[in-house]
Design a protein around this ligand. Structure first.
Ligand code: AMP
Length: 420
């Protein structure tokens, strides 16, 4: 499934391409057509599922399709979120969604802790989308500084968190002030009684969307982060394969070539493995999956793209041999572990360069994990010896041997740039 199958206009496809989103996520696939059709939607989706784009992209289109506003100071779309941080994040995401849009879409965040006068001045200049926390929004409404009569869509994001933070009264007061006949969207990670009550109060005949828990919860997964030199990753993996009692392991790598190389080498060393990557034809893919599913092979070495959408039973372990590009891919990868009632294990191997990227993944996924080192595979930060031969000595022409060594070094280090 691609974004073009969602009938996005070019300006949205360009925005999505700039953001490097390759395929819509589950919540996007389900929510976007309903939102574009003007329905009210209630979705159970957590952070990390791509929920912001699930409402932000179609709303950007809806705003472009609307006739011009009657009054410049009217707002058209309102997103209410629990925290200042989320407001800033959502507003930034909207800017990216509207980057190529034919209509200039103006937005503002109304959050506590910043000058209310500046925010009011901003509103008076005319904005289309407001992203706000409930307290500050109500204060501005009370002062009569926001014109809501032309409001077209309301989004309540992370509704459960808003109620946990005690915003129930503010939300109810807000709902009373909004015009009828608008489109309403509610996103929440969980649906306790109080969220259900709220959704009944403000949604009309909503479409309900539930994103499969397993693809998004990571609570049942033990996540370990292991610092290891790049060229020690395979010996370390083999050490784990030998010493742990995992029955099936999915190892993620960054490129087709890496998948091929690693699966070959593991098999050579007695760990029956198959590679799953984009260069396989349908029957090879099928064969690889069949032997993994039937437990003929213990290890499947896969790229994110090849692994997307494949249906394997829950695994005991997932190894991030190479880190995924996005936090979302991280969640998808590790969400494959953890059988019913059992905790899954996800290992991420990081070296110096990957450490910064992993920090970003942690930040975006709201996690913080201890770093570990394994005895016998301690992280030294040394550049792999094989790579050292790769650079020619200045003034000296490369010998045939140098070239061969260089080629081998590149192959052995499983060129990470060779992506799908
Ligand atoms: P959210 O659940 O909205 O907080 O999004 C989590 C992360 O996923 C953000 O970093 C988004 O930029 C990213 N994201 C959203 N949609 C996609 C997609 N279709 N493909 C890849 N990444 C995405």
């Amino acid at each position: 499934m691609s974004f073009s199958s969602l009938e996005f206009p070019d300006y949205l496809l360009n925005a999505v391409a700039d953001l490097k989103y390759e395929q819509p996520t589950a919540v996007q696939l389900q929510a976007i057509p309903e939102i574009l059709a003007g329905k009210d939607v209630v979705a159970e989706a957590q952070t990390g599922t791509g929920k912001t784009a699930a409402f932000g992209l179609p709303i950007t289109k809806l705003l472009n399709d609307l006739p011009d506003k009657k009054k410049k100071i009217s707002i058209l779309s309102l997103v209410v979120v629990p925290t200042r941080e989320l407001a800033i994040q959502v507003a930034t995401a909207y800017k990216a969604f509207a980057k190529h849009s034919p209509k200039k879409i103006k937005m503002i965040s109304l959050i506590g802790g910043e000058s209310i006068e500046d925010q009011i001045r901003g509103l008076r200049m005319g904005v289309d989308i407001v992203v706000a926390t409930p307290g500050r929004l109500l204060e501005i409404i009370r002062r009569g500084e926001i014109r809501l009569v032309e409001l077209n869509t309301l989004v309540l994001d992370e509704a459960d968190k808003m109620l946990d933070l005690g915003f129930n009264d503010e939300l109810l007061a807000l709902l009373e002030k909004l015009p009828k006949g608008r489109q309403n969207l509610l996103f929440s990670a969980t649906f306790p009684e109080k969220v259900l009550d709220l959704s009944e109060k403000f949604l009309t005949d909503p479409v309900r969307i539930l994103i499969e828990k397993e693809s998004l919860t990571v609570d049942s997964v033990e996540q370990r982060v292991i610092e290891v030199d790049t060229d020690k990753r395979r010996p370390l993996l083999q050490y784990f394969l030998k010493s742990e009692e995992w029955d099936q392991v999915m190892v993620f790598v960054a490129s087709k070539k890496a998948a091929r190389n690693l699966a070959q080498k593991l098999t050579r060393d007695g760990f029956e493995s198959k590679a799953l990557h984009g260069d396989l034809d349908q029957s090879e893919r099928f064969e690889a999956l069949k032997s993994f599913k039937s437990k003929k092979v213990k290890v499947l070495v896969a790229t994110d793209i090849a692994a997307r959408g494949i249906d394997v039973e829950k695994l005991s372990c997932v190894v991030n041999f190479d880190l995924p590009r996005s936090p979302l891919d991280y969640v998808h990868r590790i969400g494959r572990t953890g059988r019913a009632g059992e905790k899954g294990i996800a290992l991420s191997f990081i070296d110096g360069e990957a450490a910064a990227h992993f920090k970003l993944i942690e930040k975006k996924s709201g996690i913080r994990l201890e770093r570990e080192q394994i005895e016998g595979f301690e992280y030294t930060g040394e550049i792999p010896k094989r790579m050292k031969g790769a650079a020619p000595i200045k003034g000296k022409r490369k010998s045939k041997k140098d070239k061969l060594r260089e080629q081998k070094a590149l192959e052995d280090n499983q060129n990470q740039q060779d992506s799908e």
